[in-house]
Design a protein around this ligand. Structure first.
Ligand SMILES: [Zn+2]
Length: 275
């Protein structure tokens, strides 16, 4: 690999809340180890509260944007699997592919060019206060509801089950989700739009399991978008004022993306490190 330099220009920090509109099931352990006797339980943090793993959110966003862009589905985790996701196969394709640049690629070492993942998605934790007293009175477990379902074996036409699924109830809110987007090249700013597009698409899709059966509708709200330049990091002046003003939802951000992009661009340009 030849000599190259990677120059960080700044980081765009996206904070927001994720509100659950229909029962959410992101799977944890499937056993009777958990109390409550559920067959399929939600993933919980060490304090027993449900959370949304960053990997689930990031993966779902990627899947949706891959389809929206019509990218070739050509990669699998193992050689035995059918391809189920997209990954550019050559450095030439990669250089032109927003999705692989933003969401990253696995094992890009063969490309002999810097392969940087722009987007980091953190785990998001449940806001306990969003589970109100009234909701609690109707919940079977501390933070979740249980739903009895009968699965149908389509070949035999027989019911298998019933099984009990644990869900985060509608109305719950996961607070302060954090997405971090690193800017290395000026073109990365254009690709940032894909992140908000993926959030828009997710609002019209689902998070977690059983989405085609009504589970997992979520909305993103209270978005705060910050831009920290390299000199902001040098002076500790971080997340000072949002660049998105009153534009609090993914579609509002998209509608005004050019304006937001301009603000970030100016901020970056004003403190580019001397090269
Ligand atoms: Zn690609």
């Amino acid at each position: 690999m030849g000599d190259y330099k990677i120059q960080l220009l700044g980081k765009v920090i996206i904070h927001g809340d994720i509100e659950v509109k229909t029962g959410l099931m992101i799977g944890g352990i499937s056993s009777s180890l958990k109390i409550g006797g559920v067959d399929i339980s939600v993933i919980t943090d060490p304090w027993g509260k449900p959370y949304i793993p960053g990997s689930s959110l990031k993966g779902k966003m990627r899947t949706l944007i891959e389809k929206k862009e019509g990218l070739p589905i050509n990669a699998a985790m193992t050689e035995k699997e059918q391809p189920w996701r997209h990954q550019c196969q050559t450095p030439e394709d990669y250089q032109k592919c927003s999705v692989c640049k933003v969401w990253g690629i696995i094992g890009g070492g063969d490309f002999k060019i810097p392969v940087l993942t722009r987007l980091i998605v953190r785990d998001t934790y449940l806001d306990e206060e969003s589970i109100t007293k009234e909701m609690k009175a109707n919940l079977e477990l501390d933070f979740t509801e249980t739903k009895m379902e009968t699965a149908i074996d389509r070949v035999k036409g027989q019911a298998t089950g019933p099984r009990t699924t644990e869900r985060v109830p509608a109305g719950a809110c996961f607070k302060d989700c954090e997405l971090i987007y690193s800017l290395f090249y000026s073109s990365d700013l254009e690709d940032l739009k894909k992140v908000f597009e993926a959030l828009e698409l997710l609002e019209h899709d689902y998070l977690g399991g059983s989405g085609t059966r009504g589970y997992g509708k979520v909305v993103f709200k209270n978005l705060r978008v910050y831009c920290n330049t390299v000199s902001d990091y040098e002076s500790g002046q971080l997340n000072l004022s949002p660049v998105n003003g009153d534009l609090k939802t993914p579609s509002e951000v998209i509608k005004n993306f050019e304006e937001i992009k301009k603000k970030i661009k100016e901020k970056i340009a004003s403190c580019l490190p001397a090269s």
